[in-house]
Design a binder for this molecule. Structure first.
Ligand SMILES: *[C@@H]1O[C@H](CO)[C@@H](O)[C@H](O)[C@H]1NC(C)=O
Ligand SMILES: *[C@@H]1O[C@H](CO)[C@@H](O)[C@H](O)[C@H]1NC(C)=O
Length: 380
């Protein structure tokens, strides 16, 4: 097609749909994430697990994919942190969803998918993953792809073999291969705005030298394969600690405005008496990155609580989180969207009480919290 007519079509689509919302790649400007015209973008995400044994985004046996995504839109999330496992791409890429469900003896899940999302059953895991990304894009939701584990399963424990480079299930070469593959595979999809290199580094092998060595080479690899995505780096100790970067700074100017850090914050990750003290600890471990001479954005990529009811500890935690997230004007991702798992830790249809949705994948677990969270959206 001639360039002229392409331009005409582009112009037409802009006129028809108003703004092309995320349809420009994101980059960083100091501590802010911005779009291609320099306007601030705040990621208001929820995590959607797709890294567990079935290697399929959760809930597709309960509701049609497009309905789940419509729910996200209705709840005013603008982004999903979609998790994936290394072996989905390096070892199981030719297996179909049906084959895996049969191997796992998940007959009910299979039947539910046949009813709600029949087209997915004959797809490979990669095709099904792509179908989810496509639907998110179609409904205007941005996507951060998060390498969550190597071996598809519930995460995380110190000794689960997936915690740090050279653990039993964490071969750095295989990880790099998967990162390159994923970066290349989805590089044409504008809705994929970021890639998180690895969730919650942890365990007895973790050390700063290997962090600089492997994490930075993974980042360079992704950046070369897809220079458009934000490259998101996680800290040590279950992604609660980036404090070591004070001693040995990573120069953000080498990253063409694509470098972002991420941290996790739960009630159990900080032990302090007051909210002020808690925020000080988070500042010292992570928030400091947004200040100083070479500021970079920080993505608060996991937080959450048992949304079934609130106990005193959850109340204190979530109030403090909302205070801190508003004060530091953060991009964030709530754990989690899913109201249940096909299977988790050997239990079928495991309910996720941290989930936005109930186990029916239709009703909202905690509407009051959803409205509190929406107050964090506006850009100051
Ligand atoms: C998938 O199949 C292709 C073509 O047969 C093969 O080259 C590739 O190695 C297979 N991948 C995996 C992970 O088994
Ligand atoms: C979540 O909270 C509910 C209500 O307080 C409680 O019954 C349930 O045991 C909690 N579940 C978990 C996993 O904490």
């Amino acid at each position: 097609m001639a360039v002229k007519s392409l331009q005409a079509i582009f112009l037409l689509s802009v006129l028809c749909f108003g703004v092309v919302s995320y349809a420009s790649f994101l980059s960083t400007q100091g501590r802010w994430i911005v779009d291609s015209s320099g306007r601030r973008v705040k990621l208001a995400c929820t995590s959607w697990a797709s890294h567990m044994e079935p290697m399929l985004a959760e809930g597709l046996h309960k509701k049609p994919l497009k309905d789940i995504v419509a729910k996200l839109v209705q709840l005013k999330f603008n982004c999903v942190r979609l998790t994936w496992a290394t072996y989905m791409f390096t070892r199981h890429s030719n297996n179909t969803v049906t084959q895996t469900l049969d191997n796992l003896k998940l007959a009910q899940a299979k039947q539910g998918i046949a009813q709600n999302n029949p087209a997915l059953l004959s797809m490979t895991h990669i095709q099904a993953f792509e179908a989810v990304i496509d639907e998110l894009g179609k409904q205007g939701i941005m996507v951060v792809l998060d390498n969550h584990v190597s071996n598809p399963k519930w995460c995380c424990a110190d000794e689960d073999g997936n915690g740090f480079f050279k653990d039993a299930d964490f071969d750095p070469t295989e990880w790099q291969l998967a990162l390159s593959f994923v970066a290349a595979k989805f590089s044409s999809k504008n809705q994929v705005v970021g890639m998180s290199l690895r969730n919650e580094l942890r365990g007895p092998r973790q050390n700063e030298d290997d962090w600089y060595n492997y994490v930075l080479s993974g980042a360079a690899n992704v950046h070369v394969v897809n220079p458009n995505v934000l490259v998101i780096l996680s800290g040590l100790n279950y992604d609660t600690d980036l404090g070591f970067l004070k001693k040995k700074v990573v120069d953000p100017s080498n990253w063409n405005n694509k470098l972002v850090y991420e941290t996790h914050w739960y009630s159990w990750s900080v032990h302090a008496n007051t909210c002020d003290e808690t925020i000080n600890v988070v500042y010292d471990h992570a928030l400091f990155l947004q200040d100083g001479a070479q500021p970079v954005p920080l993505f608060l990529s996991e937080f959450g609580f048992n949304q079934t009811g609130k106990n005193e500890a959850d109340n204190a935690f979530i109030n403090c989180f909302l205070t801190g997230a508003a004060k530091y004007d953060l991009s964030w991702s709530l754990w989690a969207l899913q109201g249940s798992y096909y299977i988790r830790e050997s239990k079928l249809d495991y309910e996720e009480v941290f989930g936005v949705l109930n186990a029916d994948w239709d009703t909202i677990r905690n509407p009051q919290f959803m409205s509190d969270l929406q107050k964090l959206h506006p850009i100051k």
